[in-house]
Unconditional design. Structure first.
Ligand SMILES: Cc1cc2nc3c(=O)[nH]c(=O)nc-3n(C[C@H](O)[C@H](O)[C@H](O)COP(=O)(O)OP(=O)(O)OC[C@H]3O[C@@H](n4cnc5c(N)ncnc54)[C@H](O)[C@@H]3O)c2cc1C
Length: 479
């Protein structure tokens, strides 16, 4: 891909306030990648592909439109970037492209206590959003493990789900309205309403759109009263299949827990070993302790689990809540500069989902596929629904060194992807698509589905400038 010419960069600089565009090499290197394991591995090896040519950090929707008009005229690819916490290479930007960094657009614009909604700029991080809502007694209830790293725009573009999705839903359930800028620089304002039947929901069109359809600059999100206290229950099981079936019955009994999670033997040891867990699968439930009928709902959940479950008390859930984001640091230590487990070791995650009928086969097939090449595999049920659930696998592969392990990693991923699709699952529950999963779009959506997606992309972005290559579109993105 050709580099952006100096004259073209000068033209961009001239259209924007001073300090909006940087070509400083360290910033460009930092803006070249997200937290996809393969890119972290390449960083560790010192051979990450070349960086983008500039980073624009606009402060307003108008400035975003200015950047996109310039990019359309110049035919220059633009990679939108929120917190850069994505794990699939969706924010990867290479030479010949520029990064559109939304992090300066981080203001809370309005808190409407009557409707319990908040309007924000899309570059606000999750922790800052929750801190701003605290004094109002409100929460958006969207708590991804990466809450301190990720932004509202990234949540929308990657179709994110938070750890309390059982109670608050995923990002599409919180999104009521938005402002976005199209590839041509037009501003799309979709008013905030609780629901609308004015045609297909254009808000939803942007959920999971990978920054390839438009750049989100503002969003209005539904809030709820923040729980003042959480009440926790935990249960142990003889097998993960019994745990999964129990969680299905719990979700279908609709006890309205905020947090529902189930861990297989390996993940239970990782999550609860430090507190003396003797072994075996574990499920935890977190309830709003002061909500109406909570005692009855906790009892109903325990009943629904059936005889295969034994109560473990409240400590497991309290421990999980206190340590729920610790693995962010662990992952950084393993895949970052420290390479805690040494060279040649790669850790990654795969979050898949299926209907309950298919969940046992999904678990067995993906786990078996991963174990064919991985040294360790753990799984937990991370996001449950009445109709099905997502399973979140963590796996560790080892090669002779940081170069050899790349093939082992790619093979593990491809084998697991085939196993997931054969079991009727989806390859992405909440991490989006990115360079990692784009090669599997045709297999999951079918030829017609994938073609429709490409035609939609071509219609909204005829010049193909918005994050090319991330939704399986024809224009080649970075590798
Ligand atoms: C340790 C760790 C834990 C994680 N835990 C979770 C979790 O619990 N739940 C979960 O859902 N995810 C999780 N993630 C993944 C990641 O945080 C999410 O994918 C998140 O939604 C990405 O947000 P971001 O702002 O960092 O986006 P980025 O990584 O910057 O970008 C992601 C995608 O969104 C696009 N994009 C970003 N901003 C905009 C915008 N304003 N308009 C249009 N497109 C845009 C980018 O082009 C890219 O395609 C985790 C990641 C890590 C590293």
């Amino acid at each position: 891909m050709r580099a952006v010419s100096a004259a073209s960069i000068a033209s961009l600089l001239n259209r924007l306030p001073a300090d909006t565009v940087t070509i400083e090499p360290d910033a460009l290197s930092e803006g070249a990648h997200d937290r996809w394991t393969l890119d972290l591995l390449r960083l560790a090896r010192g051979d990450l592909p070349d960086a983008p040519d500039a980073i624009a950090s606009p402060s307003s929707t108008d400035e975003v439109a200015t950047v996109l008009r310039w990019a359309s005229e110049a035919g220059t690819p633009v990679v939108p970037r929120g917190g850069g916490s994505g794990v699939c290479g969706a924010a990867r930007a290479g030479p010949g492209s520029i990064v559109l960094n939304l992090s300066r657009m981080n203001r809370v614009l309005d808190v409407d206590e009557v409707s319990r909604v908040v309007r924000v700029e899309a570059g606000i991080r999750g922790d800052a959003l929750e801190a701003a809502l605290g004094p109002h007694g409100l929460t958006v209830g969207h708590y991804p493990q990466s809450i301190e790293l990720s932004t509202v725009g990234g949540w929308i573009a990657a179709a994110s789900a938070g750890q309390a999705s059982a109670g608050f839903g995923a990002i599409e359930d919180r999104l009521l309205g938005l402002t976005a800028v199209t590839a041509g620089g037009e501003v799309l304002r979709l008013r905030a309403v609780p629901r609308s039947a004015m045609g297909p929901d254009l808000r939803r069109l942007l959920v999971g759109s990978e920054g390839a359809f438009a750049v989100v600059t503002e969003a209005t999100l539904a809030c709820a009263m923040a729980p003042r206290e959480l009440a926790w229950d935990a249960f142990g099981f003889g097998s993960f299949d019994v745990c999964l079936d129990g969680l299905r019955r719990v979700m279908q009994a609709e006890p309205h827990a905020l947090v529902v999670r189930g861990y297989d033997q390996a993940d239970a040891t990782l999550a609860f070993g430090r507190m003396g867990h003797p072994g075996g699968p574990v499920a935890i439930f977190g309830f709003d302790a002061t909500s109406a009928g909570v005692t009855e709902r906790r009892a109903a959940a325990a009943d629904a689990l059936g005889e295969g479950a034994h109560a473990l008390g409240s400590a497991y859930g309290e421990h999980w809540w206190a340590h729920r984001n610790d693995t962010v640091r662990t992952y950084h230590r393993v895949m970052g500069e420290e390479r805690m487990l040494g060279s040649g070791v790669v850790v990654d995650t795969i979050e898949v989902a299926a209907l309950w009928r298919d969940v046992p086969a999904l678990y067995a097939n993906v786990r078996t596929a991963l174990l064919a090449g991985a040294e360790a595999v753990g799984c937990h049920l991370s996001h449950p629904y009445p109709s099905g659930a997502s399973l979140y696998f963590t796996f560790l592969v080892r090669g002779a060194d940081d170069r050899a392990v790349e093939d082992v990693y790619r093979t593990a991923w491809a084998t697991a992807a085939r196993a997931c699709l054969a079991a009727g699952g989806t390859l992405s529950h909440h991490h989006g698509v990115g360079l990692l999963k784009a090669p599997f779009l045709d297999a999951e959506l079918g030829a017609t589905g994938a073609s429709l997606l490409r035609r939609m992309k071509a219609a909204v972005d005829p010049a193909g400038i918005l994050n090319p290559g991330k939704l399986g579109d024809e224009r080649r993105g970075p590798r």
